[in-house]
Design a binder for this molecule. Sequence first.
Ligand SMILES: *[C@@H]1O[C@H](CO)[C@@H](O)[C@H](O)[C@H]1NC(C)=O
Length: 337
Amino acid sequence: MSLILSSINILLCLLIFHLSFFADGEGIGLNYGLLGNNLPSPSQVISLVKSRNVGRIRLFEPNHDVLNALQNSGIELILGTLNADIPNIANDINFAKNWVQTNVAPYAPTVKYRCLSLGNEVNQGELSSSVLQAIKNLDEAVKSIGYSIPVTTTIGIYLLGSSFPPSSGDFSEASKSAMQQIAGFLSSNGYPLMVTAYPYFAYAGDPGNIKLSYALLNSTEVVVRDGDLGYANMFDAMVDAVYAALDKVGGGSVEVVICESGWPSQGNGDFTTTGLAQTYNQHLVSHALSSGTPKKPGNKVETYVFAIFNENQKSPGVEQNFGLFYPDMTEVYHIDF
Ligand SMILES: *[C@@H]1O[C@H](CO)[C@@H](O)[C@H](O)[C@H]1NC(C)=O
């Protein structure tokens, strides 16, 4: 009897440990953009990220100071390649192997790579000519050094030719056959697809037809009905539109990771206040940690907020104002992870 009770106790402890472990920002990451001439050192930034219980970051391209700072931090990393390197990696296996020797091999013993991603928001030309072969070469290069790291690419939501209602989600005609092949490769390897998705840009482009609370993720009621499913926010609608598009090219089992989403706090009048940015990002974080989408309710969406800092070398306007922090590491507004 006491043996059974103590096993139950152990089980309960494990369960509670697991729950509190997951509650600490496990499924949430931050984009670490480096287009500023006044940003703190990578080791200060990694300490800041850890102090806020964020377990993942995304880097757009390899940066050795950041990779060094990540060593033994326990933070998981999405590491991108430059778009300009996609053809080189696709056309030359030795280029791919060198890339891995330089940017993965020295760090893989001490840095957790969530995945490697070919490019950012790859364009139609890259998609049709070289993305799949680049993914295959980088995958082969990673395997050749004895590591097992998912290799994928990052598309923008605008690759969908149709996205409304979500169940009608479909890749554009021009991208469809490339996406079919890429989804086939990702699906057979169990690798995820990275997608950037910004309800902000949809709302700012069509405020007359989109309810602000639907874009901000704070509507308490269903706004869009799609068959049996009800959507209270545009984020879920975007994710499910990508799942529907993947279904249509035979990639229904591929996991969608939203590697970028966010809301600027300045640069576009009343659409960009710290209040709106805080509302969107706080709801985004809480939602990602608590539930999936209407199409896949049990499947929490791994999500990366753009971005850690306001970056003064990006284009003026909203682009410089997506940060949760100023370069001096004070908060633009508070977010609980
Ligand atoms: C959503 O957030 C905005 C901005 O913080 C606020 O003005 C609005 O009242 C909120 N809407 C709901 C339904 O809570």
